[in-house]
Design a protein around this ligand. Structure first.
Ligand code: UDP
Length: 242
């Protein structure tokens, strides 16, 4: 197990949370109170260590553009709905984390006056230095992208040490672990190996952005208590892509 006085591996990180992480265990499309509360507690564990934390929030629990396109909506409009859904999740997460007596700030890439502030790089950097947990919503404000791209871009902009991609499985496997009992977990992977083996870590534009700017990504199970804390303390949790 970990010790509380363990030296920290990172100073500033981006945590990517999919919308799925806000659902309940039955995967009902919504925001679940217990999931929000669990995430907030996990976040508090690393905030208490003075980590500078930015969170990029997705919206798979509410709407994804490509799914709405399948039912007949125009893709651009569908993606607008997806991006607005990330603001809804951002509001919920921001409120839940702030109830832990943590300083938080919600930014959106799409202006939405009176509800949250527009993304501003300089302000984001200042707030992070002042140890605010900064929640980035509305992705990149452009359709045809995902919040994984937003996570990698924001990480590069704010000079984060790493992107921590919280998922529902323990990391990157040789095969789908839900369908194959012999699937093995990778502990480390080079960017090149991910592309050669056609492993699905995130969409290609997000992944190549990370690779081109040498931004490491760690894929880990956010549902596992203390996993985020263990990563910050340098333990080998999930899969590191470098
Ligand atoms: N989206 C977009 N541009 C962006 C980020 C997101 O159009 O820069 C839309 C897109 O429709 C996407 C949805 O917002 O499906 C929700 O984001 P994402 O699928 O990344 O959520 P997650 O899978 O992380 O829950």
């Amino acid at each position: 197990m970990f010790k509380n006085n363990h030296p920290l591996k990172y100073k500033r990180v981006i945590l990517k949370l999919s919308g799925e992480s806000l659902m309940d265990h039955k995967k009902k499309k919504s925001i679940n109170y217990f999931s929000l509360h669990f995430l907030s507690k996990e976040i508090k564990k690393i905030v208490d260590l003075n980590i500078e934390l930015g969170i990029v929030i997705g919206a798979g629990n509410l709407f994804r553009g490509f799914q709405l396109q399948k039912i007949g909506l125009n893709r651009v409009v569908a993606d607008h709905i997806g991006m607005l859904s990330t603001i809804i999740n951002g509001l919920a997460l921001n409120n839940s984390v702030s109830q832990m007596k943590i300083k938080t700030f919600l930014m959106s890439s799409i202006p939405i006056n009176g509800i949250c502030e527009i993304y501003n790089w300089r302000k984001a950097d200042k707030l992070l230095s002042k140890k605010f947990v900064l929640i980035f919503s509305a992705g990149l404000a452009n359709p045809l992208f995902t919040t994984d791209s937003a996570a990698c871009l924001r990480a590069i902009e704010i000079n984060a040490d790493i992107v921590l991609k919280g998922t529902q499985v323990d990391g990157v496997y040789t095969k789908d672990p839900k369908k194959n009992i012999d699937a093995k977990l990778y502990s480390r992977l080079r960017y090149k190996e991910v592309l050669e083996k056609e492993l699905k870590i995130m969409d290609l534009s997000a992944f190549t952005l990370a690779r081109d700017y040498n931004l490491p990504i760690r894929v880990f199970n956010i549902k596992k208590s203390n996993s985020l804390l263990r990563i910050i303390q340098g333990y080998n949790e999930g899969t590191l892509i470098y």
